[in-house]
Design a protein around this ligand. Structure first.
Ligand code: NAL
Length: 328
């Protein structure tokens, strides 16, 4: 795979393709980052952007993980002390998950976001940003019902962080895209470049295939799950024999989360996927790429229950090292 294909594989959106091509042509010394609000334990959403960071490390990028303690505080995720403790735990879990410690810089937001020059630049950006724009940028990130002033400051700080961390490529899930667009539009007003961004897909709710998987509601998979938890959740998952399920009777779009997890979590991390089956059911199936697994599920060659059995095993393997860090 060439550098551009590796850097952009499984991305939902690249802003802009030309800018990412320029980075891919000379990745040496280039910096990419993801920021995470420390809250709870690592879950499958964190793992999806982490997969992208691993791709970027393989392509030669330096990777910065911002443990966004001030952002989590502004978003009502707890006391500063609690958030700091969670940040330390998340860092260990990211390394256990497979981020190369020697190629990854972990930064706490509070290490630089309280400096005088940062705060003054923040106020300069606040002057350039309407409240309604900030509110729209937060629509898919904020917790709770109302938007607080703290949550309006949040996306402006996120934009400024891209400057202060000196990164060439900002990565986030699709829920971060409006913050990144705000950054592209407003940073030039303080004489900074519009940042290059790339967004990873969101996985549908495991049980229903409707909407997106979230740690605050519905079913998700996290590093706290035991092998048995994973088996139970995956067994109960929505998995019709198609990658393109019909909408619900109410017209809500649906995805196949089992296939999504194979595509975005399993194939990027394993060279070959083996679905074990007894000989009387045709014996094992082996796949070198996601597309052939999807085709077999659609044709009926691969039964959803067998696909789920394999998925549980691979997810368990991905999660096991991080789970040990929690138990330790
Ligand atoms: C991500 C978050 C917070 C601050 C950031 C600063 C720079 C780049 C990315 C950042 C957290 C993210 C979340 N908004 O929803 O978890």
């Amino acid at each position: 795979m060439d550098a551009y294909d590796l850097i952009t594989r499984n991305a939902s959106e690249v802003v802009t393709e030309d800018e990412v091509r320029a980075l891919a042509d000379d990745p040496d010394g280039k910096r990419a980052y993801v920021g995470y609000e420390p809250s709870g334990v690592l879950h499958i959403g964190h793992m999806l952007t982490a997969n992208k960071l691993i791709d970027l490390q393989d392509a030669g990028f330096e990777v910065v993980v911002l443990l966004a303690d001030v952002h989590a505080y502004l978003n009502g995720k707890g006391t500063f002390e609690e958030i700091r403790e969670t940040a330390e735990r998340m860092k260990e879990q990211f390394i256990a998950y497979g981020l190369d410690e020697s190629q990854t810089e972990f930064v706490l937001g509070s290490e630089f976001q309280l400096d005088e020059s940062y705060v003054l630049d923040l106020h300069a950006l606040e002057l350039e940003t309407t409240l309604s724009r900030a509110e729209r940028a937060m629509a898919e990130i904020k917790s709770g019902e109302s938007v607080t002033v703290a949550q309006a400051v949040y996306p402006i700080m996120q934009a400024l962080d891209i400057v202060y961390l000196d990164v060439d490529l900002a990565i986030g899930g699709m829920e971060q895209r409006k913050v990144h667009m705000l950054a592209r539009d407003t940073l030039p007003s303080i004489n900074e470049d519009a940042p290059t961004c790339m967004h990873t897909p969101l996985i549908a709710d495991l049980a229903t295939g409707i909407g997106k998987m979230s740690s605050s509601k519905g079913v998700t998979i996290s590093m706290e799950d035991t092998t048995e938890d994973i088996e139970a959740k995956v067994n109960d998952a929505f998995c019709p024999p198609t990658a393109d399920p019909e909408p619900t009777d109410d017209g809500e779009a649906r995805e196949n989360p089992v296939l999504q997890i194979f595509e975005y979590h399993v194939f990027p991390r394993f060279e070959r996927v083996v679905v074990e089956r007894p000989d009387k059911y045709g014996g094992n199936l082996e796949y070198d790429d996601y597309e052939s697994l999807e085709a077999d599920l659609e044709s009926g060659e691969l039964h959803p229950l067998d696909a789920k059995g394999a998925l549980s095993g691979y997810l368990d393997e991905l999660i096991a090292p991080g789970r040990e860090k929690i138990d330790a």
